[in-house]
Design a protein around this ligand. Sequence first.
Ligand code: ADP
Ligand code: MG
Length: 545
Amino acid sequence: MNHSAFRNSQDTFLSDALAGLIANHPDARWHDVGFIGRTTPLRTADGDPAVAVISGGGSGHEPMHAGFVGQGMLAAACPGLLFTSPNAVQVSEATQWADQGRGVVHVVKNYTGDVMNFTVARNAAEAVDTRTVLVADDIATDGNEDGPGRRGTGATILVEKVAGAAAYRGDDVDTVAELGKRATENSRSMSVALGAGFMPTTGRETFDLEAGQMEVGVGIHGEPGTHTEQVDSASAIVNQVLEKIVPALELGQGDEVVCLVNGLGGTTPLELSLLFGEASAQLAQRGITVARSLVGSYVTAVNMHGASFTLLKADAELLELIDAPTSAPAWPHTLGGAKAVEPATITFQDELPSEGEENQWLTAFVERLQASFESLTELDRKAGDGDFGQNMEAAFGGIELPLRGTDTEILTGLAKRLLVLAGGTSGAVFGTLFTELARAESLADGLNDAADLIHELGGAKRGDRTMLDALIPAAEKARELGAKDPDAETLQALFAAAHAGALDTEDLAAKKGRASYLGDRSKGVIDPGALVVSWLFGGGPLSTR
Ligand code: ADP
Ligand code: MG
């Protein structure tokens, strides 16, 4: 993979990025001993001095931790270098700064370097009453008691939320720490990666993974997981993860959980939604209710293409703290939860007739089209956005041939398919063409009405490199012939006119549609929409010419 990153230089990447982060943060200021602190007073809901919850860790996991600085969550965050724990001075300075005389709770992810530096920092800030909540939720590192123990991953933000909300409501330092501990002890996580991330400071991938393989149980720095295996379906991946987390938390019938489906930085929101749907449905099958859900990229590993799953076994108090409002910009404004996963497909009533006489004209057209989805996409890829064939397939794929019924019936059915099933410009434009053809008294009227309407619809003129470059010559020819029905002779004449118009689009630069963004680069490629118009009149070999 040829990766890159937005940066001025490897050396200044982190400081440049942090400067931008703070400039966009409504309640954060940079302290040049190396921490980000709130600008607003560290007070409880009643306006009294509050226990301060602070955290820190290697950078590269944003929005954690800086995005969770705010009222009701963190008082300060100490960012280390990329994937490197913060140093003890940063942490002790932040601790002393944050203390309001009521004590400070450190939320520490369980990594040797983090644990050490927070410990040294506490010793250095001995005048402050500190407590530590060690987050250790990554089940892939379970059974590692002789070593450093479970890693701290996705659950960290739930712990920060619970502890931060407790501090804001006025709890004392012991209670805040106890609640934070309860949140981590009741949480387990597991991550899966389909692709490594790219380190903007070193120019290296975070780990090696062969194409088609996935790393199961991967860490949030790209540490290896339990094993590497062939990429499986989302449903199987989620099942594999839940098979580990559910027994570890002794979850069963009637239990409620907070479910965090977290992107590792290079995963699309749609993929995360899909994974959440799977997780929620599979939890429901096990009798477990998702009381609250968070779906998004909160604890990232630069731009790793992966996802982590965290479940927190909930009780009423933990849920209350999760629900409490916070001004931290990265915490979602509202949480999901307790909703069944229902199918989200569009229902469509096909109006194509299933009986009647075989319709040769429109059967030939659809047959041609069905054999050409890929080559049409190819043309739109060269000069457009590459979805034209897909849009045609959405409308015409799956139609059983031969078509039966009258021209009017079939044209009506095809128009509906285009308008409902196809997307893009083509759905609207070809939907209009077929609607007009179905409605008109004669072929000549239908083609001319359609050309006029499509011109009004999208403003395209002849020569703009659209389907009108084939439709207008065909409409003119039909008018000249006084064409009423699509008999063989008429079709042949219309094909000649339309096909010549379609071929001429090769020399035109697109002025409309998504191809227009390419300007002259769209030249040298036939407009696929114009080609399809010509196929309506048959003729020619089965190719894109
Ligand atoms: P999109 O541009 O939304 O990706 P499609 O790929 O579905 O649209 O369709 C592209 C085709 O639509 C082009 O080949 C062209 O023939 C046609 N087209 C684009 N813009 C217009 C327009 N303004 N009027 C008529 N046809 C158009
Ligand atoms: Mg397109």
